[in-house]
Design a protein around this ligand. Structure first.
Ligand SMILES: C[S@@+](CC[C@H](N)C(=O)[O-])C[C@H]1O[C@@H](n2cnc3c(N)ncnc32)[C@H](O)[C@@H]1O
Length: 331
């Protein structure tokens, strides 16, 4: 800090000492000293000095909370706002930064020049997801389906209203559902027929082994397939390409990264059958990024994914980035 007190700029200190500029900037910002008002750069010119920030104050009530706060503060570095925060607020900032870091890592990966333009994974509630009207060819998604999710204004209502807006004429909405909630899901989506979104079909994702489904005690049934509801935006070409309706499912992955993770191969089958290169696919409940990974594995597909949970956004971005490697040889 002596050089700083002597009026050196951050850049000048960094180039004279070989210490990275970001490290010097962090030290200057974190310094308890007020520092000079003006500094001289390595070009000999005088600049207004950046002032050290007042440190953030975080209230914690246990050793464990103290450690959590320290980890978050280290992760956030100079981006911690100079104000009083509670631990939840600090954790929210850390998760948002983790998601942003993963997004940058994804987009900065060498050798994948065309891929960043094809994938966009956002931290957003479906209610706030900004997608141009009439721009989407396929919505392939796995919405939450607790009983409360079927309430008025819940995720299924939002899915119906957004699908009716986002889809191109003839575009499809495919939504995974549990057998036990099918009637609720169909009831929730029915009102959007007035906006041109009509019931189309129910696909079956079959389990690799007929008895591998989770037993549904209340119905005394072990399912061997999972329903995927399909809705279609009216006024498109008369009918899409002919396809069959069972789709071979991947089965439950061991050690899934997300508690409700679906199979990548089955998503890729849907996307391959129902879209062509250049088409835009959207998953507004992207979870661990399965649909994004599946879409990128097929030539020319573009994909937008979103999730309300920052940790899942970061996970989806990490999994998508990891899936890039085998794709870099794609023509
Ligand atoms: C069933 S999971 C999707 C799992 C995904 N198919 C996969 O393979 O990982 C549903 C996801 O929707 C997200 N979610 C719930 N409500 C949401 C909302 N209002 N807007 C956006 N995402 C939401 C949850 O955080 C969860 O990750």
């Amino acid at each position: 800090m002596r050089l700083r007190e002597a009026g050196w700029s951050v850049r000048r200190i960094a180039s004279a000492t070989g210490i990275p500029k970001s490290t010097v900037a962090r030290d200057v910002q974190g310094s308890p000293e007020r520092g000079p008002d003006a500094v001289v750069g390595d070009d000999g010119r005088t600049y207004k000095a950046r002032k050290p920030k007042r440190p953030a104050t975080v209230y914690v009530h246990s050793d464990h909370q103290h450690r959590t706060a320290q980890t978050a503060l280290e992760h956030l570095g100079p981006e911690v706002p100079a104000r009083t925060l509670d631990l939840r607020g600090l954790e929210r900032l850390r998760r948002a930064k983790a998601a942003e870091d993963s997004r940058k890592a994804l987009h900065d990966r060498p050798g994948t020049a065309d891929l960043p333009g094809r994938v966009d994974i956002r931290h957003s509630d479906i209610a706030d997801l900004d997608i141009p009207a009439g721009s989407v060819d396929l919505i392939l998604t796995d919405p939450p389906y607790l009983q409360s999710d079927f309430a008025t204004g819940g995720p299924w209502d939002l899915l119906g209203s957004r699908a009716a807006t986002w889809l191109k004429p003839g575009g499809l909405l495919l939504a995974y559902c549990a057998h036990i909630h099918l009637a609720r899901a169909i009831n929730r989506l029915a009102p959007f027929e007035a906006d041109g979104l009509g019931y189309w079909w129910t696909y079956a994702v079959t389990f690799p082994n007929a008895n591998s489904g989770t037993q549904v005690w209340s119905r005394a049934i072990t399912p061997s397939w999972r329903p995927v509801l399909a809705y279609r935006k009216a006024a498109g070409p008369s009918v899409p390409r002919y396809t069959s309706d069972p789709v071979a499912g991947d089965g439950k992955e061991k050690d899934s990264a997300h508690p409700w993770q679906q199979g990548t191969q089955e998503a890729a089958t849907f996307i391959q059958r129902l879209t062509t290169p250049g088409d835009l696919i959207v998953d507004p409940f992207v979870g661990s990024g399965t649909v994004a990974i599946a879409a990128l594995s097929l030539p020319g597909r573009r994909v937008i994914g979103a999730d309300i949970e920052a940790d899942y956004v970061a996970l989806a971005q990490r999994r998508t980035a990891a899936a890039y490697a085998p794709l870099t040889s794609e023509a």
